[in-house]
Design a protein around this ligand. Structure first.
Ligand SMILES: [Fe+2]
Length: 436
């Protein structure tokens, strides 16, 4: 089978070097009680503790707050974080951060909380017009000028991997589009990961966040290899999303294997603590991997699936406003996308499906697209994921709008293993409308 991921074959003018940005991770039961000592070691004395209203009433925030206080630190809680943050909620958090004169940040929550904390730290430390740091072409994509204040991230969902990445995502309300800021400077100084935080999560939340993890791993594993990017003029210009590389492959394969073994169990039985612990570790592995390689088309398409939501209100999530949870907005695109990308690196698609539990004995390159799509669809059905983009409320009349939003995500689209046109994107949404 042909392979575009033969890493050490040099091509004139192309990148020949990859870099490994290690996240500092402390993982295991009881770790949140160590928050105070770690914060002190990072030089914090006055701490902004970010969370959201729902989490604020759970024991984890109290554990972290008590630990910070026991270490003699001054703690101020910010619980105004919006689930699925916006430019406005980022700006409100940044205002709080600037006024509070903090020398450190701790976030306890899902991706929304950690991302909001990253943005607040950024704009309070290096004030600028909001769009200055936002990814081009939507924003100016300016580099962050220097280090941020230390930030300890404590995730409470087994999904986003935000604790391991230098990415923050939000809805830009004026343009009705999800976009983000990407910089190594945004990566939290350390992550404290308590797997028991997943034990109380509703089934649908575990499913959506689990498939987010799955797609992080499979997208990173099949991303365009770093050796197919043009060489940067100088090392500082090397992008964080550098493409598939030997380091990120390790985390992807290990995460996919765990997801194949434990995702269904973790979703369908809240008392299966072994499965939920493993999901948290899979999320960590996939977070490290995609933080070093980058995701591609399923995530690129997800931005408009989430951003243009009509009246979809999934069980287990706040019901006030319609929403497509991030992981759901990603995975509904995935079988259609991997059918499209399989021809670029069939062996990676087959191996990814095998890690997830598919029987790939005797498979040839021609089988790759169907093997990977069938495995994803089987797992989606077994865990109550909606039936494609149509299952979260869209139809043929929405394809143009969805495509327009996704086409703006060039940073992600160009990380795909094969080139993709705007017309292809429309076809991918059509292929994702319904799977069964
Ligand atoms: Fe994601």
């Amino acid at each position: 089978m042909s392979c575009c991921h033969n890493y050490y074959v040099a091509t004139e003018g192309n990148e020949s070097v990859f870099s490994v940005d290690i996240s500092s991770i402390t993982f295991g039961h009881g770790v949140l009680k160590e928050a105070g000592e770690h914060a002190k070691a990072l030089g914090m004395s006055r701490v902004a503790l970010f969370t959201d209203k729902r989490l604020g009433s759970l024991p984890y925030v109290a554990q972290v707050r008590d630990s910070l206080k026991a270490a003699g630190l001054d703690v101020v809680i910010y619980d105004e974080v919006k689930v699925e943050p916006t430019d406005q909620s980022f700006l409100a958090a940044a205002k709080f951060a600037a006024e509070g004169k903090f020398d450190g940040y701790v976030s306890v929550g899902g991706g929304s909380v950690i991302d909001t904390c990253k943005a607040a730290n950024l704009y309070a430390t290096w004030p600028a017009d909001f769009l200055d740091y936002v990814n081009a072409p939507i924003g100016a994509g300016k580099p962050v000028p220097g280090a941020l204040k230390p930030h300890i991230a404590c995730p409470t969902t087994c999904g986003t991997g935000s604790e391991c990445t230098g990415i923050t995502i939000f809805d830009l309300l004026a343009m009705q589009v999800k976009t983000g800021i990407a910089s190594r400077r945004l990566k939290p100084s350390m992550a404290l990961i308590e797997p028991a935080t997943t034990y109380t999560l509703p089934k649908n939340v575990v499913a959506a966040s689990g498939f987010d993890v799955l797609s992080h791993a499979l997208e990173s594993y099949t991303a365009k290899p770093y050796t197919r990017r043009a060489a940067p003029g100088k090392p500082a210009l090397r992008p964080m999303s550098q493409g598939a590389n030997p380091w990120s492959d390790l985390g992807c394969e290990a995460a996919l294997t765990r997801l194949g073994q434990y995702l269904e169990r973790a979703v369908n039985d809240a008392s299966d603590h072994e499965a939920r612990d493993e999901m948290m570790y899979a999320a960590t592995l996939a977070g490290i991997a995609f933080g070093n390689s980058g995701v591609h088309v399923p995530h690129g398409m997800a931005y408009s699936v989430a951003g243009l939501v009509k009246d979809f209100r999934p069980e287990g999530y706040p019901q006030e406003e319609p929403m497509v949870p991030h992981g759901m907005s990603v995975i509904v695109n995935a079988p259609s996308v991997f059918r499209f990308t399989a021809s670029a690196c069939p062996e990676r698609h087959i191996h990814g499906a095998a890690c997830l539990g598919a029987d790939t004995k005797g498979a040839t390159a021609a089988d790759a697209a169907e093997i990977v799509a069938a495995q994803l669809i089987k797992m989606m059905k077994a865990t109550g994921i909606p039936n494609g983009v149509g299952g979260v409320g869209y139809g043929e009349a929405d394809v143009a709008g969805l495509t327009k939003g996704a086409w703006a995500q060039q940073r992600l689209l160009t990380n795909a293993p094969r080139e993709i046109t705007e017309k292809d994107l429309g076809q991918l949404y059509r292929g994702a409308m319904r799977y069964w």
